[in-house]
Design a protein around this ligand. Structure first.
Ligand code: HSE
Length: 428
């Protein structure tokens, strides 16, 4: 048992401040749980002068990362600067110097996790990253530990708060994407450059991490299909709701025979599904295991204190491992290399909204193309009609995406079809 365990932090931005507050404000409680003193002894940040919403001894602030990385007194390094470089170099150096590492850096783990985990394993050190997915929601720990007895069949997540906020507002106000994005930016829920969120890249990193752990499989993030929410209209959400669905940006990973599906895209899910009721900036992660059945993890997926809570939880876990001489007990579990299916091979259902001529044989023409490509129609509703045109909404049965794409491109070319406004995948 060490009388004192020392922490060095790199990065004192939003998540850094949250982590520091949790560690300082619950210090007594945390130390009782660990059985040792836990001190943050150095914090590295390029900005050592700005006031931050946390009370701490400013003399521990430094601009020099070496004061953490090469400091023999530091046991645990917490990396919270984000991005690939220099974060990766800092983490590798910390591990080489015998320090355990905690990070919230989803991009780094999704893209470079293999290098880092293999060094941590080789060194017998802990590398924990609970905060990288779902902010304050515990999901990586549960998948690695509490659910380890299960073969996980699927993980479906709403893992991006910004897009969930935008889609919820679009649903509630009947507004279109561009207008709600502006509102979200004004309210501070979307970044000035919202690309990483609205194009689905943030969710893709998180899915890569979840799928690798859930399926004990190497996941190349580049093989995850990714489509954002920029083409979704208020009409799609309203029609979906009438048909009994909610529209969400889902990160979906499933076992499919010897292969894996991993994809991020806007999706209609039945209103009765627990994910359909995850709204605003909240995140939800639905997990299905072979013995445990269905589980749902729900909570705040971002923000200073929820994310700080997850980072601090990892620090506490490692401190306990140090005291029990049990570090390195959760090594990398990517034992397998099953293939991720190309999106064209995935079987799913589809919602289609299109503007067509309102006259005889139009539906027969469309149905005939669908029939030739084995696309079976489950439901069809005629919505609006004016000036000889009608808007129709179709939901299909499950079909391989390749067949669906071939069919829809021929439908688009029909003279009686003015426009295929949108098509969206449906998760039944
Ligand atoms: N930008 C992310 C979100 C939070 O909107 O959920 C950090 O992962």
């Amino acid at each position: 048992m060490k009388p004192q365990i020392n922490v060095g932090m790199i990065g004192l931005g939003t998540v850094g401040v949250g982590t520091l507050r949790v560690l300082l404000e619950n210090k007594a409680e945390i130390e009782r749980k660990i059985g040792s003193r836990l001190e943050v002894v150095r914090i590295v940040d390029l900005d050592t002068t700005s006031e931050r919403p946390v009370k701490f001894d400013k003399s521990i602030l430094t601009k020099n990362a070496n004061e953490v990385l090469d400091n023999p007194d530091i046991d645990i390094v917490v990396e919270l600067i984000g991005g690939l470089h220099p974060a990766k170099d800092f983490i590798l150096r910390a591990l080489k110097n015998g320090k355990h590492v905690v990070t919230a850096n989803k991009e780094l783990i999704a893209k470079e996790g293999t290098d880092i985990l293999s060094l941590a394993d080789k060194q017998g050190l802990d590398f924990y990253f609970e905060a990288s997915v779902g902010g304050g929601i515990p999901v990586i720990g549960p998948l690695k530990e509490c659910l380890a007895a299960n073969k996980i069949q699927e993980v479906i997540g709403i893992v991006n708060g910004t897009t969930n906020y935008i889609l919820t507002k679009m649903a509630n106000q009947g507004s279109d994407f561009a207008d709600v994005l502006k509102e979200a930016q004004k309210a501070g829920y979307a970044e000035a450059d919202p690309t990483a969120d609205v194009e689905g890249f943030d969710a893709r990193y998180k899915l890569a991490i979840l799928a690798a752990i859930a399926f004990t499989n190497r996941i190349d993030v580049n093989n995850i299909y990714c489509e954002g929410i920029t083409k979704i209209s208020g009409n799609d959400i309203a029609y979906a709701r009438e048909m009994g669905y909610a529209l969400k940006l889902l990160a979906i990973a499933k076992r499919d025979g010897q292969e894996i599906q991993a994809r991020v895209h806007p999706t209609l899910i039945p209103i009765a599904h627990p994910l359909a009721n995850v709204n605003d900036v909240y995140n939800g992660i639905f997990v299905r295991g072979d013995f445990v059945g269905d589980l749902m993890f729900y909570g705040r997926g971002a923000g200073s204190l929820p994310t700080g809570s997850a980072v601090a939880g990892d620090v506490i876990d490692i401190a306990r491992n140090i005291n029990l001489d049990a570090t390195g007990r959760l090594p990398c579990t990517c034992f397998e290399n099953r293939r991720i299916q190309d999106m064209e091979e995935v079987e799913t259902s589809y919602y289609i909204r299109m503007l067509v001529d309102d006259k005889p044989k139009v539906l027969a023409n469309i149905a005939s193309i669908f029939g030739e490509h084995n696309v079976s129609i489950a439901t069809m509703v005629q919505k609006d009609h004016c000036k000889g045109r009608a808007e129709i909404v179709i939901v299909t049965h499950k079909i391989k995406e390749k067949n669906f794409r071939n069919a829809i491109s021929l439908v688009e070319g029909l003279p009686v079809v003015s426009k295929v406004n949108n098509w969206i995948r449906v998760e039944e």
